[in-house]
Design a protein around this ligand. Sequence first.
Ligand SMILES: [Zn+2]
Length: 136
Amino acid sequence: MGFERFGRVNFISQTKTDAFVDYLENKGLHATKCSACGQTFFPPRADCSSCLGCDMTWLEVDDQGRLVSFTRAYFAPTGFEGDVPYVLAVADFNSIKVFGRFKTGFSEDDLYPGMDVKVKPLSLPDGQISYEFVPA
Ligand SMILES: [Zn+2]
């Protein structure tokens, strides 16, 4: 099972980081880490942009992070038009920055930089898998 199950709109079905989707569904959010130089990547990368190495290992993203920044989106790309408005956010999980949407129903008035957040796997109605931020 590959990337075709991730998110609402996808342009590729298989990548060298397919395991991301299985990890997300069963073990939580994962990043990749370069075995040569230690650089971490989220979204996961199969090759290191720092040292060009390709020996990557999976790294479980910490369970709890801190909200760094957020904004409300009123216009959305293809596949997300029916969801607006929604809150987009960046959170820091032990120096791994994760970009995503906040759970439906939360507005920017409920959020503040530095608040504790978690990543929750999200099963979409069509069987797709994604994730969202929730307060920790
Ligand atoms: Zn590297």
